[in-house]
Design a protein around this ligand. Sequence first.
Ligand SMILES: Cc1ncc(COP(=O)(O)O)c(C=O)c1O
Length: 390
Amino acid sequence: MKYPFDETINRRNSDSIKWDVKDNELPMWVADMDFAVAPEIREALQERLSHPCYGYTAPQEDWYEAYIRFFEEMHHFQMEKEGLLFCTGVVPTISSTVRKLTKEGDHVVVLSPVYNIFYNSIINNNRVIHEVPLLYKNGEYEIDFENLEKAFALKETTLFIFCNPANPVSKIWSKEELERVGKLAYDNHVVVLSDEIHCEIVRPGKEYIPFASINDINKNNCIMAIAPTKTFNLAGIQTSAIYIPNKELRKKVDRQINTDEVAEPNIFACPAAVAAFNHGREWLKEMREYVFANRDFLEEFVEEHIPNLSVVKGDATYLVWVDISKVSTDSKAFSAFLREKTGLFVSSGHVYGGNGNQFIRINVACNRKTLIDGLTRLKEGVELYLKEKN
Ligand SMILES: Cc1ncc(COP(=O)(O)O)c(C=O)c1O
């Protein structure tokens, strides 16, 4: 490997939310990586830093070109420049969209379990969360199209927030699923907000499909939130894009992100994105290999050493969704126990809704040594839990 994914970086006392923990604790929760950002991106940031003026800025031609070329070459998907808007993040995009495209009391549909902040964006704006739980069969998740159709058909339902690929269930949606979702939404006058922030973190050999790329129905009825931040570990820089091919929808969202003052980049936001998309591909290729080898390692470790747990097989994200139902159906209590007794800090599944109370989410974007430490603590924690609770 060209890049040092095996190195240990001390992130304690570095203003990291993830690592703001006690000395004995090992954080494997919030979705950022313990890997060093690609040197190509760091160099671009250093170059910007070396210019002594940090005044107001706006996306330049190279920002549009970087997104367009990356999506064309990686996903065979052609975006038009005028469809792209800058936004400081995917969560701000979601909240602004909820505010603009729905009104108080409207239902906003999500497929649970799903990224917990979707719920905040809905509740904080006094809209109604309409959960359509994913079907969980033989260790795999599927969309419950019958219930999704019922949810979309309600007159109160105006927006669907989709996670493509899905966090935390690690699923890449197929062309058929995306087509079916798009048609159901269109037929019922529901706009699709597709959060594609995890789209590059897929198993080597697998491909994610952009929601808008399926057909004109999907394209004209969607808002796609995309970003380099998960893929290239740049979350603290706060940089993302919104792709909205439909002019009318775009005008509305553009208005709202400006009203909400989340449409302007800080001085590092665009250079970081441009460097990532233009020069980060080799790093990305290696990161995917490393992360998916970690996922497989975790799966084998659990199968062999913690047979009371089972891992949901996944081809997307560095977040592993682990079924704890044979040990506990109270994920919050179990996660708190793990943290207290072993120092291992994972995300409790209950925050993601649906059947999340029987799961924990483990972030494996760390080096192998850290992963082994985490898995050893997990094994110890499960054994202790079973001893104490039974
Ligand atoms: C599905 C999903 N969307 C959005 C975000 C956060 O996006 P941002 O940092 O751009 O607001 C995350 C972070 O974990 C995520 O998992």
